[in-house]
Design a protein around this ligand. Structure first.
Ligand SMILES: C[S@@+](CC[C@H](N)C(=O)[O-])C[C@H]1O[C@@H](n2cnc3c(N)ncnc32)[C@H](O)[C@@H]1O
Length: 368
């Protein structure tokens, strides 16, 4: 588009040089900028490490990025990734055996968070999953891209490995910014706070929070699909509070509409899912009002999101696609065909609009 405009301008000037023609060309440029902003984007390349089903890929691609390599050890996630992100990129499996990366501008990585998560034992790099962070650092040092984005749970900030990452990036010549960002501030209907360590070779103006808060009005009902095929759940299994008793949770924005009525073994796992721990079982007992948002979904919660739909006076589970939509995945995304797997993959996924905002910021700072 931009090339066409420049050719158009040259021809116009050659044939008919006048102030009017100059104004005409300026007008065309403004139109392109307003209606086709993507056509003026500078292209860049990226690699996606610990890629799972590809949330980072969506965010980077929306900002004009081309993927050069994805790396994911779980073959089922690799299948979902390739199906949803067609392209000519290399596919790597275990990061521990990955020796080199193809040339790229931006390295994106969301290493496994279980060893840093407050829900886990917090063994950090003493856990084999925490050790994978050293492979990440090895690859950064070897490839030295223009920019690096490492995403994780907030618990990572209190682990010594957090300091190791910052110190290493600093030693290798990166300027480092750390942001804690909540998906709910980027139009998502799920509250999900994550830390983003952003290293850039080019100096960028540091800012405590460069990303503007946006659309905090979105609600679960906005991502619910009318063609959802699942049955509605038997309302006798739930205790729905009258509107005056529904509890609006300050800050998180979610509205508690009710609870599972019988917390006992009579309820088949097929309906409520097998609770993995007492804590997640408790969370699974909540029924959220469609006009609110969701708290962070972790563990088996992702498959047990009960939503009260007021106009139908009914409760239903969110489908896997809807759970992904709470993290800004597009409606075209096709998760794993088995619902339990699809929910499992969704639980450790970064929110797409947050990735997009970080990459956009890097572009605005001319860091990539
Ligand atoms: C926290 S998830 C990443 C989420 C992903 N970045 C996203 O936001 O959608 C961590 C991923 O690392 C993968 N993983 C674990 N061990 C790995 C290894 N040795 N090599 C490559 N990937 C690995 C897991 O299967 C999981 O999908």
């Amino acid at each position: 588009m931009t090339v066409c405009l420049v050719l158009h301008a040259i021809l116009f000037f050659a044939v008919n040089w006048s102030v009017l023609s100059l104004l005409w060309v300026i007008f065309l440029f403004v139109c392109v900028f307003v209606f086709f902003p993507h056509s003026l984007q500078m292209p860049f390349t990226f690699v996606d490490l610990f890629s799972s089903v590809g949330a980072f890929h969506y965010g980077a691609k929306r900002q004009g990025g081309t993927c050069k390599l994805m790396c994911e050890v779980d073959p089922e996630r690799v299948d979902v990734y390739i199906r949803n992100h067609p392209g000519k990129y290399a596919v790597a499996n275990d990061i521990r055996t990955l020796r080199d990366l193809p040339p790229h501008d931006l390295l994106l990585a969301g290493p496994p968070c279980q060893s840093y998560s407050t829900a886990g034992k917090r063994k950090g790099t003493k856990d084999p999953r925490g050790q994978l962070g050293f492979d990440l650092l090895r690859l950064i040092k070897k490839s030295m891209p223009k920019a690096v984005v490492i995403e994780n749970v907030l618990g990572m900030m209190s682990d010594p490995f957090f300091g190791t990452i910052i110190k290493s990036l600093d030693e290798w010549g990166y300027f480092v910014n750390v942001f804690t960002l909540n998906a709910a501030d980027f139009g998502c209907v799920q509250s999900r706070r994550r830390v983003f360590i952003v290293g850039t070779i080019r100096f960028v103006l540091g800012a405590p929070q460069p990303f503007p808060e946006c659309d905090r009005d979105s609600a679960i009902k906005d991502i619910m699909r009318p063609d959802h095929g699942q049955d509605w759940l038997d309302t006798k299994l739930f205790r729905i509070f009258p509107p005056s008793k529904q509890i609006e949770m300050e800050g998180s924005g979610y509205v508690l509409a009710g609870q599972v009525r019988h917390v006992n073994r009579d309820i088949p796992d097929a309906v409520f899912g097998k609770p993995s721990s007492a804590a997640s079982y408790k969370k699974g007992m909540r029924v959220f009002h469609e006009r609110g948002r969701l708290p962070t979904l972790t563990g088996s919660d992702a498959g047990r999101v009960y939503v009260w739909v007021a106009r139908r006076k009914g409760v239903r589970l969110l489908s896997p696609s809807e759970v992904y939509a709470t993290l800004g995945f597009p409606t075209t995304f096709r998760p794993h065909a088995m619902a339990s797997k699809a929910y499992l993959h969704a639980r450790d996924t970064v929110a797409v609009p947050v990735v997009e905002a970080v990459v956009k910021w890097l572009k605005q700072q001319r860091a990539i």
